[in-house]
Design a protein around this ligand. Structure first.
Ligand code: ACO
Ligand code: ZN
Length: 448
C-alpha cells in the first residue's frame, strides 16, 4: 500500500536525539517523496520581475486571511494553499508577515508557517473567502463527543451548533506546540492541543516519558528525571511478550497521568475533543521495554462503560514508531479485550484518515483469513461472534470489497478463493501478533 500525506522518512517527522546535548539543529522532517502528489503540483521558475509586477505584488501585501495561493513546499514544488492566519515577523519590517497555511489537498497535520518568499504571488486568487470554514466537517463530533461536551462545558445544550463548531475550529486552527521531546525522540507535532494557558508561549515542550509530566525547559526535565521514580506507565502490566508490554491505567486512579496523556495525544489527533474527565476511561499503553525502562510506543483509550459498544475511543502510535505494525497490534488487542468481555466492539467515530486505513486493513485481513479457511456457508453474525467485530463493520468491509450480494432479502457472502487472495494481498502485512496466552486481564468492574 502507498503512503498518504505523512512524512515518508523512517522516523516520520521525528528524530532521535543525540545523547546528552543541549544544542538542537532544527530537524526539517523530510516530507519528500509522497505518493499521490496532487496533479496541480508544478515546478516553476519565476520570471525576472519588472517594476510593474513588483508594484502589483506589493499592493497585495500583506495577504488577507482566506487568500488562496500557490506555496512552495518542502518538496520544492508549488501546491495550492489557503492562508489561515498571519503574523508580523519578529525581526522584519513593519509590513513583513509570515503566513500559516493549509495545503488544501493535504491533511491539516501539514499546516505550517511559511515565509512570503515561499508564496507565488502571481497565483493569488483575487476572491478572498469570507470565512476560513474549509473543514467545519473536520470538527463534526460523534454523538458521544457532543454528549461529553454538553456534560462538561455547555450544560443544557442538546447539540453543538455550527457556530460553536466554527468557534472551536477558529480556536484550534493554528498549531500551538511545534515540537515535543519525549524519551529518545524529538517529534514534530501535527495539531493543536489545548495545553493550560501558561504554556501558550511555548513552541517546544519536554515530556517525562514515564509519568508524562511536561515542562517548558530542558533543565526542568533533567531535574525531574533525577527524582521521577517511574520506569513504566502507572497501573497494571496486563501483557508481556518478548520486549513488548501493555499496561492498563485507570483514569480515576491516575488522573494526572490520564490528563497528560490526553494533552500529548491531542497533538496527533485532529478529530478528538479533549476530555478533562478521564475517570471514565481506561488507557492501554503499549511499551517497548529495555534495561532503561518501558518506553511508550502508542496507546488506546476505552470507556469503562460504552452505550454505543465502542471498544476503543482514541488510538495513537507515536510518529517515530508508526508504520511498524504497532497500530495493528493495538487494534487487535482492543478486539481481544472485547472477546474476553464476550461483547462485540467498534471504534468511536469519526475515524481519521489513518485510523480508517488501519481499521480497514485489520478488518479485511481478519475476515478474509476466516473466509479462506472456512468450509461451507458462514453468516455475518457468526463472523461477528468469532472476531468481536461489530456486524455493521463486517458488512461495510465486505461490501467495500464487493464480496456481498443481496439475494432474496438476505445478504450473502460470495467468497471466491482467488478474489480473497487478491484482497488479502492488497491488505498488506499482518503486523505484530497479539499472543492471547500472554494476556492476563479481567474486564473492568466498578469497585465498592
Ligand atoms: N500511509 C498509508 N497507509 C498507512 C499509513 C500511511 N501514512 N499509516 C498507516 N497506514 C495503513 C497501512 O495499511 C498500514 O499497514 P502497512 O504498513 O502494512 O501497509 C496500516 O494502516 C497500519 O499500519 P501500522 O503500522 O500497524 O499502524 P501505525 O502504528 O502506523 O498506527 C495509527 C496507525 C494508530 C492510525 C497511526 O497512524 C496514528 O497514530 N495516527 C495519528 C492518530 C490517529 O489518526 N488515530 C486514529 C484516530 S480515529 C480513533 O481514534 C478512533
Ligand atoms: Zn516523570
Amino acid at each position: 500500500m502507498g503512503s498518504i500525506d505523512t512524512p515518508k522518512n523512517p522516523e516520520n517527522g521525528s528524530r532521535t536525539l543525540p545523547p546528552a546535548t543541549d544544542a538542537y539543529a532544527t530537524y526539517d522532517g523530510d516530507k519528500n517523496g509522497i505518493d499521490g502528489m496532487p496533479a496541480r503540483a508544478t515546478e516553476m521558475t519565476l520570471p525576472v520581475e519588472s517594476e510593474a509586477i513588483k508594484k502589483r505584488r506589493a499592493s497585495m501585501l500583506p495577504l488577507e486571511v482566506g487568500t488562496r495561493v500557490l506555496c512552495r513546499w518542502r518538496d520544492c514544488k508549488y501546491h495550492p494553499v489557503k492562508v489561515i492566519e498571519r503574523r508580523k515577523m519578529q525581526f522584519g519590517g513593519s509590513n513583513e508577515y509570515e503566513y500559516y497555511v493549509h495545503y488544501t489537498e493535504f491533511n491539516r497535520r501539514l499546516d505550517e508557517w511559511v515565509k512570503l518568499e515561499q508564496l507565488d504571488l502571481d497565483s493569488v486568487e483575487t476572491v478572498v473567502d469570507e470565512k476560513v470554514e474549509d473543514k467545519v466537517t473536520s470538527l463534526k463530533m460523534t454523538r458521544h463527543q457532543k454528549r461529553k461536551i454538553d456534560e462538561t462545558h455547555v450544560e443544557g445544550h442538546e447539540e453543538l451548533d455550527a457556530a460553536s463548531l466554527r468557534e472551536h475550529e477558529e480556536f484550534t486552527k493554528v498549531k500551538n506546540i511545534a515540537t515535543i521531546e519525549l524519551g529518545r525522540y524529538e517529534i514534530e507535532t501535527w495539531y493543536f492541543s489545548p495545553f493550560p494557558p501558561e504554556y501558550n508561549d511555548c513552541l517546544r515542550l519536554y515530556f517525562c516519558e514515564f509519568c508524562l509530566n511536561f515542562m517548558k525547559r530542558k533543565e526542568q526535565l533533567q531535574r525531574h528525571m533525577k527524582k521521577c521514580d517511574l520506569k513504566h506507565p502507572p497501573g497494571d502490566e496486563i501483557y508481556r511478550s518478548g520486549t513488548l508490554s501493555m499496561f492498563e491505567v485507570d483514569g480515576k486512579k491516575n488522573k494526572v497521568y490520564g490528563q497528560n496523556l490526553c494533552y500529548l495525544a491531542k497533538l496527533f489527533l485532529d478529530h478528538k475533543t479533549l476530555y478533562y474527565d478521564v475517570d471514565l476511561f481506561l488507557f492501554y499503553i503499549l511499551c517497548e521495554c529495555d534495561d532503561r525502562g518501558c518506553h511508550m510506543v502508542g496507546y488506546f483509550s476505552k470507556e469503562k462503560h460504552s452505550e454505543e459498544s465502542y471498544n476503543l475511543a482514541c488510538i495513537l502510535t507515536l510518529p517515530p514508531y508508526q508504520r511498524k505494525g504497532y497500530g495493528k497490534f493495538l487494534i487487535a488487542f482492543s478486539y481481544e479485550l472485547s472477546k474476553k468481555e464476550s461483547k462485540v466492539g467498534t471504534p468511536e467515530r469519526p475515524l481519521s484518515d489513518l485510523g480508517l486505513l488501519s481499521y480497514r486493513g485489520y478488518w479485511t485481513r481478519v475476515l478474509l483469513d476466516i473466509l479462506k479457511r472456512h468450509k461451507g456457508n458462514i453468516s455475518i453474525k457468526e463472523l461477528s461472534d468469532m472476531t468481536a467485530i461489530k456486524a455493521e463493520d463486517i458488512l461495510t468491509t465486505l461490501q467495500t470489497l464487493e464480496l456481498i450480494q443481496y439475494r432474496k432479502g438476505q445478504h450473502v457472502i460470495c467468497a471466491d478463493p482467488k478474489v480473497l487472495d487478491r484482497h488479502l494481498k492488497a491488505a498488506g502485512r499482518g503486523g505484530l501478533e497479539v499472543d492471547v496466552s500472554k494476556l492476563i486481564w479481567t474486564p473492568y468492574k466498578e469497585q465498592g
